[in-house]
Design a protein. Sequence first.
Length: 100
Amino acid sequence: MNYAQQWVHEPQAADLLAIKQSTLRTMRRDGRLEAGTHWIYATGKAGGPVTYNLPAIRQTLAERTVQMVQLEAQRRAALRQEKQDSIETFSDAPLVRARS
């Protein structure tokens, strides 16, 4: 895939991803976006303007979304099972006393 046309500056990247620029910067700083894969210094010098690879970011966000949804589904299923297991049931059958 040719990423040459996919690298965009921060304001445009934030707009196209429908997030704030500050959120994009936070994602970069806390490691959710990887240097060289998701973002680069456009001039090759630290502190220079940053450009972002939108397809790579979208792919990573899609993968993380699937993981989060699956984990939430597992959590809910476990909670449902826990509730089901805690339900006490009673039989309509008469009690039979043990003979001594």
